[in-house]
Design a protein around this ligand. Structure first.
Ligand code: NA7
Length: 554
């Protein structure tokens, strides 16, 4: 082989986040003699938890439900210090996993893949990185992440700004209290990231001012984090079996399960009592533990949204600021609910200003800051873009794909449908969210059409399914596998059917494939599995037990 071509691999994995590490671990355990390599553009393992180092970055799902369940030894050893772990601690955990299982030796960092070419005659993939180096492999597993391609806002003048500016997911190495001292900071974006960043920065006394540029108000509710003592952790370790079982039985892999009653089954007092109880508790219960019709019945959702609005009004002193912070175009929980630790109170501070872009949209970014439609120039020293990601398909889009018969991975020529407010122009087509028709020998962990929910729980399942499938290939000496067009049509239709009736699928958000900063992502698509994760896993298991019906082998 020429020197720029790496030897043949059995399995190549792109991505060294939780998905990549779990997959690598499974493959190595299962097929010790296989040649396997993981490539990642980052300088270390961690994926999301490597890149997102912005102030305040932490889980808002319970730390105890997030670790890998396959490593019982590490669960016995690891001390989650907070109920909702901060980024640095989580990153430490992931590094510990990689060290403990000696995963680093098969991972190559600082490597960005630019193109992928399927060779039908040889039944191999050739991946080429940005230096021209080629990697040839029989099987390929994508672990690229569904929120890993950051997007900057499409705002005129963005290059003109002369202060410091960066995306939250590419946070520079700095000391906020020293480097932001006396500075005027602006933040664009109020999603989960913006809310954590804004809250953390608001608590930094050295900052001169903090201006929040809000295009869409987001529902948010208290996280109620706490420390976990050594004694408490010892007790929790005994509960891991029950914790993972609870996650396995819940709709989206979290510890929280909806109350089976409908909002209309109970009295006003009973309804309020449950809402208040959940509001006072830590975690996602206030999103996921409410009455079962909250996200399917418009009236039930309005009632709960009104309850949440009253909480915001009670916490924000200036009534007009409070009204701006209350979402008007979507109901509570129909977008991903960020949990907060003093977000609303931040707006009671003299040095924190809300710029409501519904009233005064941004006209352009200038060399001094941000100009809004009322003729005002908001002068800034630092501009932070908490503007999110080209979600679900974005990381795939960064690679030029030449699949079977030269076909691309993402096609914009899909069907158009207009039903129940969902417009689909280029929906992904997959089988079980793990295989794609034009891409033989390729599998995806946390790809389109998989349930995202509690990511680690979904990852462990997908990695297991894929390694079982590879075992089947090995046992039968197959070197070729891809889904049939019929299986793909059936699965894609199922994913589409599951999405119906959920209010969350009738709202623009990254979960419905909308990102106005990305060409072609201005209308909603069904890119994630929004049905029950239990049902998802049941269907995958049925496929396995049927001898992988829906897949073609050779
Ligand atoms: P999100 O949730 O996609 O939020 C992005 C935010 O940036 C959102 O408030 C956007 O407003 C705002 N945005 C984007 N572009 C613009 C422009 N051009 N002008 C003004 N405001 C803009 O990303 P996050 O990083 O917060 O969270 C992503 C997920 O990561 C999160 O849900 C967790 O699961 C982890 P918009 O709502 O589009 O009006």
């Amino acid at each position: 082989l020429p020197s720029h071509v790496e030897r043949n691999y059995d399995v190549l994995i792109i991505g060294a986040g939780l998905s990549g590490l779990c997959t690598l671990h499974n493959i190595r355990k299962r097929f010790p003699s296989w040649r396997v390599r993981v490539l990642d553009s980052a300088a270390d393992v961690g994926g999301t938890w490597f890149w997102n180092r912005y102030p305040g970055c932490r889980f808002d799902s319970e730390s105890l439900s997030y670790g890998f369940s396959f490593d019982k030894e590490l669960l016995e050893e690891w001390h989650w210090k907070e109920a909702f772990s901060p980024q640095a601690e989580t990153h430490k955990y992931i590094r510990r996993v990689a060290e403990k299982h000696d995963l680093y030796k098969d991972i190559q960092f600082n490597t960005t893949i630019k193109s992928a070419q399927w060779n039908d005659a040889k039944r191999t993939w050739t991946f080429t990185d940005d230096t021209g180096r080629e990697y040839i492999t029989t099987f390929f597993i994508s672990c690229v992440g569904f929120l890993s391609a950051p997007t900057l806002p499409a705002i005129a003048g963005i290059e003109a700004f002369q202060g410091d500016s960066f995306h939250t997911s590419r946070w520079p190495d700095l000391d906020v209290s020293r480097d932001f001292a006396g500075k005027r900071i602006g933040v664009i974006g109020t999603g989960a990231t913006g809310i954590q960043t804004i809250t953390a920065l608001s608590k930094e006394p050295s900052i001169k001012s903090l201006s929040v540029f809000q295009r869409t108000a987001n529902w948010s509710a208290p996280l109620r984090n706490s420390e976990i003592s050594v004694e408490q952790m010892a007790k929790h370790r005994k509960e891991y079996g029950a914790i993972f079982q609870q996650c396995a039985e819940s709709y989206s892999g979290f510890l929280h399960q909806a109350d089976p009653r409908k909002s209309s089954d109970v009295t006003d007092e009973e309804r309020l009592a449950l809402w208040e109880k959940l509001y006072d508790e830590p975690g996602f219960g206030k999103w996921l533990g409410v009455f079962s019709d909250t996200y399917t019945d418009r009236h039930a959702n309005e009632l709960y949204s009104e309850f949440m609005a009253s909480k915001i009004r009670a916490r924000v002193h200036d009534p007009s600021v409070a009204e701006s912070l209350i979402p008007k175009n979507h109901g509570f929980g129909t977008r991903r609910v960020p949990l907060e630790s003093g977000y609303f109170e931040a707006f009671n501070q003299e040095n924190v200003h809300l710029v409501d872009l519904q009233k005064t949209p941004i006209s352009r970014i200038t060399k001094n800051g941000i100009a809004t439609s009322d003729g005002k120039e908001h002068e800034l020293d630092v501009l932070i873009y908490a503007t999110g990601f080209d979600a679900i398909t974005g990381a795939f889009g960064a690679i030029e794909w030449h699949g079977k018969d030269g076909r691309p991975l993402i096609s914009n020529s899909g069907t158009e449908k207009g039903e129940k407010g969902i417009r689909v122009d280029h929906r992904p087509r997959t089988f079980l969210g793990m295989t794609v028709p034009a891409m033989p020998n390729m599998f995806m962990v946390l790809g389109p059409h998989q349930p995202f929910g509690n990511a680690t729980r979904s990852i462990e399942h997908a990695a297991q399914f894929i390694s079982d499938l590879l075992q089947y290939c090995k046992d039968n000496r197959y070197t070729y596998v891809r889904p049939t067009e019929e299986a793909v049509d059936g699965w894609t239709e199922h994913v589409y059917e599951c999405s119906k009736g959920a209010l969350g699928n009738e709202v623009d958000s990254w979960m419905t494939g909308v990102n106005k900063n990305v060409k072609g992502k201005t209308v909603r698509s069904v890119a994630r599995y929004s049905g029950n994760a239990v049902e998802f896993r049941r269907r995958c298991e049925d496929c396995r037990l049927s001898g992988y019906q829906g897949l073609i082998f050779g």
